[in-house]
Design a protein around this ligand. Structure first.
Ligand code: CP3
Length: 389
């Protein structure tokens, strides 16, 4: 492991636009190979987690790997903990429980990223928007926001006052993980948060937020602006307390047509990225939107460092469309984890090969699905960590 880091390599040779270069020993069958001679100039920093080196375009021996929703329902240990602590709010707002749950997948699978156990909705109560996450029903917003008066009642978020347990948990996680993996924070994007608070919970057709967007856009813009300012602050707070990269989930932005994405999502994402880059220029920001094939190029316009692809986009095409400056994350279909071990191996290999060398974080195209066999998750990590470019 340490020997690979003594090699140096040229960043310029890492081109996502081209197929893997000749010395790239990766082929369709999974064969871990350590390559022998790399020439160039950029030495990876050994002290940094692999995930950060990969995002920054340093030479890495394999893609780092973590899974969205890796902490949670598919794990037996989580289910046991839920019996004792049945309230999601409690599990996600108590420092000890947050740390324990975040570390459950770390202890078993040793991923390269350890995501904080929390929810994109966690800031809402601090913004004067009462909510709960109800078993079998999902998120519930008690008083959905629909009018200008409702939006006026929304307070801007002060993370250190409203969610001190998040900062404390991140600080503990950094100590526990000891830079062997990157500790990841996350926030919800303004449009996706607005969709929950306007719809009142999860939605199928997003009619309420679209009614607001297309008949009283000023009200929605006022709400989106509050979320943008608040989430920029929240990212800064997470970074100041130990998060080494932060993922922005705009899961439902793709419910918008491109022209509406440009009005109701893109400017606020850009504002968040610009604000955070001013105070934390080296903090990697990852952007995820579900079903983002039609919006890929626009996602890159936000200025994020990494675009997380879902499985509706072929990884090679995604790379080509995003260009060499943006790193990619993804994009194995979470359903693949219900397949045979051989099938899982092949799909990992396919994605890694198509992503090419460097600037790739191996992940699923969305969160792990409930019911996924834990042994298949273990297999996913085993194969991923055995890969050598
Ligand atoms: O990735 C991780 O392991 C960290 C934890 C995490 C959770 N939610 C825990 C959780 C993360 C990163 C999220 C993000 C999140 N929450 C998103 C963006 C990601 C995506 O899926 O697109 C969204 C849209 C939410 C809102 C939300 N919270 C939904 C739709 C649900 C599921 C409701 C259901 O029961 O089907 C939740 C609840 C939730 N958040 C659970 C977990 C593990 C499941 C409930 C539970 O364990 O009690």
């Amino acid at each position: 492991m340490s020997s690979i880091y003594s090699f140096t390599s040229s960043i310029s040779s890492i081109s996502p636009l081209t197929s893997p270069r000749k010395s790239f020993n990766y082929n369709n069958k999974y064969i871990p190979i350590i390559h022998s001679s790399l020439q160039g100039t950029v030495a990876p920093s050994v002290a940094e987690p692999l995930l950060l080196n990969a995002v920054r375009g340093e030479d890495v021996e394999r893609p780092p790997v973590w899974l969205m929703r890796q902490a949670g329902r598919y794990m037996k240990s989580y289910q046991i903990l839920c019996e004792k602590h049945p309230s999601f709010r409690e599990r996600s707002e108590n420092v000890d429980l947050v740390v324990e749950i975040s570390l459950q997948p770390w202890k078993v699978f040793r991923p390269d990223g350890v995501i904080l156990f929390s929810d994109i909705l966690t800031p809402l109560s601090g913004m004067n928007i009462p909510f709960d996450i109800v078993k079998g029903k999902g998120p519930v917003i008690f008083n959905p926001l629909r009018t200008a008066e409702d939006v006026d009642q929304v307070r801007e978020f002060v993370p250190e006052e409203s969610v001190p347990y998040v900062g404390e948990a991140l600080t503990i996680l950094r100590k526990e993980v000891e830079n062997k993996a990157a500790v990841l924070g996350f926030v919800g994007a303004p449009f996706t948060l607005a969709s929950y608070v306007v719809e009142g919970g999860s939605s199928k057709h997003f009619t309420k937020i679209k009614r607001l967007a297309f008949s009283q856009p000023k009200i929605l813009h006022a709400l989106l602006q509050k979320f943008a300012t608040s989430m920029a602050k929240y990212i800064q707070y997470q970074a100041d307390n130990g998060a080494q990269a932060v993922q922005i989930f705009d899961s439902w932005a793709t419910e918008l047509s491109p022209v509406d994405f440009e009005e109701f999502s893109l400017p606020y994402l850009k504002q968040i990225v610009d604000t955070v880059k001013q105070s934390h220029p080296t903090l990697p920001l990852i952007l995820y939107a579900s079903g983002s094939g039609g919006l890929l190029e626009r996602l890159a316009l936000t200025g994020v460092d990494v675009v997380s692809l879902d499985w509706s986009v072929d990884m090679a095409e995604g790379r080509r469309r995003l260009g060499p400056d943006v790193a990619v994350q993804g994009n194995v279909d979470p359903g693949v984890l219900f397949g045979s071990k051989e099938f899982i191996t092949n799909r990992i290999n396919d994605v890694v090969k198509k992503a090419g060398r460097g600037k790739h974080i191996l992940n699923l195209g969305h969160g792990i699905v409930v019911g996924t066999p834990e042994e298949n998750v273990a297999h996913f990590f085993e194969v991923a960590k055995g890969i050598r470019y």
